[in-house]
Design a protein around this ligand. Sequence first.
Ligand SMILES: *Cc1c(COP(=O)(O)O)cnc(C)c1O
Length: 391
Amino acid sequence: MLKFPIYLDHNATTPCDPRVVDAMIPYFTNNFGNAASRNHSFGWQAEEAVDYAREQVAKLIGADTKEIIFTSGATEADNLALKGVFEMYAGKGNHIITCNIEHRAVLDTCRHLEKEEAEITYLKVKANGLINLKELEEAIKPTTILVAIMYANNEIGTVMPIQEISVIAKKKGVLVFTDATQAVGKIPVDVNKDGIDLLAMTAHKMYGPKGIGALYVRRKNPRVKVTAQIDGGGHERGMRSGTLNVPGIVGFGKACELCMQEMGQDTKRLKALRDKLETALLKPEEAYLNGDKEHRLPHVSNISFKYVEGEGLMMGLNKEIAVSSGSACMSASLEPSYVLKALGLGDDLAHSSLRFSLGRFTTEEEIDYIIKKVTDTVKKLREMNPVNSDN
Ligand SMILES: *Cc1c(COP(=O)(O)O)cnc(C)c1O
């Protein structure tokens, strides 16, 4: 039986896997200790749980446990990486290279740093949502301290060529930071194979709880340091103070373990469902896929429907289907998605886009229903729209 609304917005957040919740529960009640309490078993138990979770998290991205700094999520990890590197490496330079389709957590942090005398280069992406590697190479100069390019884009699901980006940066001795929030747990990410020095991730996009994430900070070849942005008791090797969120960390660890075990089968199943959805929705005329068709996440599809108003589309769908739209009608700003605009889309196509992001619990029955619902809604709106016929 279908349950409404159908959730197809997993890039915004995922439900907690019940196995994650089960793992967390004891750490709210019986095992409630502070992981920093050194004098009794409550503390030792909590510390042991954190150590174990740190291993689960580290393993998923091929890191060492000492390289994982727990944060409140990816926004904080992005802030710590950018501000922390900017402050720590001030003696080397003030130039950071990023791109124009990064998440707000990166872009707004870069804007903040500009007020503190940072020089930021925002690389423009190509029409397919990927950066031009030659432009990256040309942008690097002696004062460049960091290349910050996301692993996978949250809106269009495109996957950046991180290994190639890293080779270029490494050749010039520049550190590589990637916001891998949408990639970790969904596709293989390995900090060593990929040549990553800093990486941001969050639990709630991979079937873990909200309010917990991590920054990976490389310890060897090279040893990377970041200046703390939250001072206090010196937790997390001095890089992020504050009592550890033990239940959150335990859940994050469990979520990583499950992703590691199930990524292969989840990817295969979701890609088949995504392709079925996409093929059906692109079949009628004047529907366009946004972002590169090859280099992207297996569970995401972003489609623009010409001759349809974004607002009408959302109103027609959102009682039954939870998806995201590139339209600004639903948000406070008037501008449509800056990501879609960066690909060169006009306001009309940016407004009339839908992001479908599938997840671990998405069923084929749901996809079949969505195909019918979206197709019917688009058809109806086009029949109502007078501009449609004279073009
Ligand atoms: C969701 C998301 C974030 C923010 O993560 P929080 O844990 O919610 O702070 C940052 N970057 C990307 C790419 C995201 O998708």
